[in-house]
Design a protein around this ligand. Structure first.
Ligand code: ZN
Ligand code: ZN
Length: 411
C-alpha cells in the first residue's frame, strides 16, 4: 500500500470570504468533488478545537506529533528547510537581511525584500565568526531577505530574546538571556556580537554600495530571530517502518518534514508562490510512489498567501489550480493500492487575513475507505461526512491505518 497526504496551506475559509460563500464553496472544483464522492469526509481541527495554528505547529500535528510537547520554535525548521544539517545542541534562527542607518535604527526589516545578491551576501557572511572559542557559526541565505543561522558548540541555549524588534524606527535591540543559566547568557552574547559584526561586514559590501547609488535600501545587517533547538522526534520511519518523501517549496514545510524524517524532493520550477507550477509536485509524487516511496507529502502554499493579502479571487483561483493537481492524482495514481488524504493546515479567512482556529474540510479516499454521501468538498457539506470532526494528530494514523502500516495496540 501507498499513502499520500496533500496539504493546501490555509485552505479553510468563512462565509464572509466571497459573496456569502467560503472560497472553497466559490471555487469551481470538479476534481476535488470527484475525490470527495469517492471518499469519506469531515472537519479537521489542525491542532485541537480552539487552537489557532501557525503553519509549523499545524504540520507537526499533521505528521502525528503533539506540538504542545515537541515544538521548540521556528528557526530549526527554517534551517533544516534550507538544507542545513542541524545537530543536537545546535541553536538555530531564522534571519532577515534588514536596513539600518548609521545609528543602527531600523529603516526596513526586509531591505525592501531584496531581489538579488543573496549569493554575495551569503559569501560575505561566510566570514562571520564569534570570539567565543569552540562555537561554529553557519549561515545560509534563502530567497529575498530570508536566511538561517546555526550556532554549533557546547553550552548553548535557545532561551534568548530576539535582537529584532519586529518594527521599524527603533534601534536594533540586544538579545537578552531569558533564564539565569550560563548557556543563555553566553548565547545572547554571541548573537549580539554576530549582529554587530554582520553590519560591519555588510555595510561596505559592493552590492550595498551599488544599491545605495541606485536609491535602493542596502541589506546592511543580519537580524536573527526565533532561537530554537532541534526537537527530539521519533521519525515516521521509526514509528511506522515506512519510507516517506516530502514535496514542497517553502523552507518551513521542507524543514518540518525533514524533522519528521522525510526525504525532501524538489519538483521542477516550483517557487511556493501563486504562479508556482504545482502540477509538477503531483507528477513528482506519482513518480516517487511508483519508484518505491511508501508515503508522499505534498504541500501547496498559494491559497494561504492570497488570504493573508485579503485576496478572495486569488485564493479561489489558487484552489482551482489545486483542483488540477487533484485531477492529475485521480488520473495517475494507482488507486488499487493508494490511500489519499486531502486537507489544509488551518483556516485563513479573507476578512481576517490571518490563521484562525476554525476547522478545515478533510477527505480520505482509497480502496479501503468506505465513502459517505457527501459529494462536494467545502466547510458546509463535509459537516454531514462520515469522518466527523478530528484533530490533526489523528490524520496520519487514520491514513496509515487504511494502508495497514500501523502496529497493533495491546498484547
Ligand atoms: Zn499554513
Ligand atoms: Zn499563513
Amino acid at each position: 500500500m501507498k499513502a499520500l497526504m496533500i496539504i493546501a496551506d490555509g485552505l479553510g475559509g468563512r462565509p464572509t470570504d466571497y459573496k456569502g460563500k467560503t472560497c472553497l464553496e466559490a471555487a469551481n472544483t470538479p476534481n476535488i468533488d470527484e475525490l470527495t464522492r469517492q471518499g469519506d469526509t469531515g472537519l479537521l481541527d489542525p491542532i485541537k478545537p480552539g487552537v489557532r495554528p501557525e503553519s509549523d505547529t499545524a504540520h507537526l500535528s499533521l505528521f502525528g506529533y503533539d506540538p504542545e510537547e515537541v515544538y521548540t520554535g521556528r528557526g530549526v525548521f527554517e534551517a533544516l528547510g534550507m538544507g542545513m544539517d542541524v545537530e543536537e545542541g545546535d541553536v538555530c534562527f531564522r534571519t532577515n537581511f534588514a536596513t539600518v542607518d548609521e545609528n543602527l535604527i531600523i529603516r526596513d526589516r526586509r531591505a525592501s525584500r531584496i531581489q538579488e545578491g543573496q549569493k554575495e551576501l551569503e559569501e560575505a557572511l561566510g566570514g562571520l565568526k564569534t570570539s567565543q572559542s569552540g562555537v561554529e557559526v553557519l549561515f545560509r541565505a534563502s530567497t529575498e531577505h530570508r536566511g538561517a543561522l546555526v550556532l554549533r558548540g557546547s553550552g548553548l541555549s535557545d532561551r534568548i530574546t530576539d535582537p529584532d524588534p519586529h518594527k521599524t524606527g527603533v534601534k536594533v535591540p540586544k538579545a537578552k538571556p531569558e533564564t539565569a543559566e550560563k548557556s543563555a547568557k553566553k548565547t545572547a552574547k554571541i548573537v549580539n556580537e554576530l549582529v554587530k559584526k554582520s553590519h560591519e561586514i555588510l555595510r561596505d559590501l559592493p552590492l550595498n554600495k551599488k544599491r545605495e547609488k541606485e536609491g535602493k535600501l542596502p541589506a546592511n545587517i543580519l537580524l536573527p530571530r526565533g532561537a530554537s533547538m532541534r526537537p527530539s522526534l521519533p521519525s515516521i520511519k521509526e514509528l511506522y517502518g515506512i519510507e516517506g518523501v516530502a514535496i514542497a517549496a517553502g523552507a518551513l514545510y521542507i524543514g518540518v518534514a525533514r524533522a519528521a524524517g522525510l526525504k525532501f524532493k524538489r519538483a521542477e520550477g516550483v517557487t511556493g508562490g501563486f504562479d508556482s507550477p504545482i502540477i509538477n509536485k503531483a507528477k513528482l509524487a506519482v513518480k516517487e510512489l511508483n519508484e518505491g516511496a511508501d508515503f508522499a507529502f505534498v504541500h501547496m502554499k498559494g491559497a494561504d498567501s492570497c488570504a493573508h493579502d485579503h485576496d478572495a479571487e486569488g485564493k479561489i483561483a489558487f484552489i482551482e489550480k489545486v483542483d488540477e493537481v487533484i485531477g492529475y492524482f485521480l488520473n495517475n495514481l494507482n488507486w488499487d493500492e493508494t490511500h489519499v488524504v486531502f486537507t489544509g493546515d488551518h483556516t485563513t479567512p479573507i476578512v481576517c487575513g490571518d490563521h484562525v482556529s476554525d476547522p478545515v474540510p478533510i477527505v480520505f479516499a482509497g480502496p479501503n475507505v468506505v465513502p459517505d454521501d457527501v459529494g462536494e468538498f467545502n466547510e458546509r457539506s463535509v459537516q454531514k461526512g462520515g469522518v466527523g470532526r478530528i484533530s490533526g494528530q489523528a490524520v496520519l494514523p487514520l491514513l496509515f491505518g487504511y494502508c495497514d502500516f500501523s502496529k497493533k495496540f495491546g498484547t
